[in-house]
Design a protein around this ligand. Sequence first.
Ligand code: N01
Length: 531
Amino acid sequence: MKSENFDVIIVGAGISGLYMLYRMRALGLSSQVIEAGGGVGGTWYWNRYPGARCDTDTIEYSYSFDEALQQEWEWPERYPTQPEILHYLNHVADRFDLRKDISFNRRVESAAFDEKSGRWQVGTDGGGWLSARFLIMATGSISAPNIPEIDGMESFRGAIHHTARWPHEGLDLIGKRVAVIGTGSSGVQAIPVIAEQATQLTVFQRSPQWSVPAHNRPVDPDFVAEIKADYAGFRARNRLESGAQLSHIPANDFSAAEISEEERQRVLEERWQLGGFPFFGAFNDITVSHESNKATADFVRDKIHAIVDDSLVAEMLTPDYTIHCKRPVLDSGYFESYNRPNVSLVDLKTTPIQAITPAGIRTSEADYDVDIIVLATGFDNMTGALLRIDIRGRGGLLLREKWAEGPVNYLGLQVSGFPNLFTITGPGSPSVLTNMMVAIEQHVEWVTDCINFMVSNDHAIIEAAEDAQVEWVAHVNEVANATLWVSCHNWYQGDNIPGKPRVFMPLPGFPPYVEKCEEVVANGYEGFVLS
Ligand code: N01
């Protein structure tokens, strides 16, 4: 039987976990990935809802660590579909022979630091214990589904499916009456596809979205050839020059305040035609300037009203908060769906859901009979996947207690009192405000260098210092508070989860963050205690 004692345990076989395993192996460390799912892929293994697709261009939503890998892989379209990304991640697992060190269908339920041995004891749902010197939480920022508690849910005669737990065998929606609750990225992607299949689709909207067209299209082979001629250069520019944004097309270098109304409209229309995240870069200050933000929002408001035939429905679909404050959403025919005769919209702000009944959904105003309810209700983001595990550090301190008032850590990488435990793209790091691929690679590489340093220098323990952590949390708050991201209800601040402490979790600004991480290392792991 395989030993259950390792140098490194990695939780999760998604994009982070796979790359972490590859790096740990290269250091010659015995490593094991524990994965709850039946295959690799993390978010792309679980999120199989109709229309699921990434909203970052394929050319940059892929690993950059291996030149041959990035040269050989061909993506067919501008944005990859969920099956294509899963295919890619399976290819990576095979190409680097990663599966032999991954334990599938095994969920980590607990992890406790043993102060005597300086090792982590990890408990899984299959029973038994594993132990390791280093514990790396590659559990994903957006992976713990949010299943709302609605009265009567268990009484529903039909089926209820969360978008992130979609049946692997698919779901036949032809001829069905379908309800979708939630209009975030998942709902907005699923709605146009479901609308084409279902007899009747009723969308239950709590907050409207400033969605912009994705403009998906086949990739241009000339463009790809040009990138691949210097892929390393393209990646480097993406990482630091354009700040690991969700598009390689940089923002314009002016504010709305600097140009005339006519020029604003021209620039916004040009960006609208580009589609996707470049739209939000029409001005260089949409996340900090009310003027640029309002000009952009007004433009999208007009677009929504131009697309949606029924002006009352268009009004219901138009947000009243700052644009780009909630995580931006891209769509392919979302607003157009509401012009279909089989699609209707229910505004939960004016008519909240009261219960799920055996026949469907009851709001304060009406009963809606449906066959299938789709919960596109998102996730307990950034902290959920970590806090659903019983993680105990020094003295048995529970991470859940340490984070009772919100997540605290140093660099988004380590929590004081939890030695040798690393979080990949944890709260307090740029993570979800960037192209996740870039943020993940940067974290995996930093952790690899750190572990290599420890092993080479005979250090047993690394742990975030409490004072460095306090300073870091204050820094994250200060940076976030200077932006418009704190001006609305969004999941960056945990607003979507009842009772979750309201703390802005990701850190805006990738290049300064990378600089800080490098400076910490250059100063001998400043802010960490090594022993
Ligand atoms: O989740 P969300 P998601 N009753 O939290 C509503 C990434 N992603 O799965 O806004 C009724 O954004 C909630 O309302 P409100 C991306 O980073 C990327 O869509 O909280 N409604 C909201 O409308 C994204 O941001 C891709 O008021 C309830 C919706 O449900 C993140 O994942 C694709 C409710 C949830 O939206 C999460 O996206 C998919 C309740 N009790 C996801 N609770 C791409 O790459 C919540 N809602 C394209």
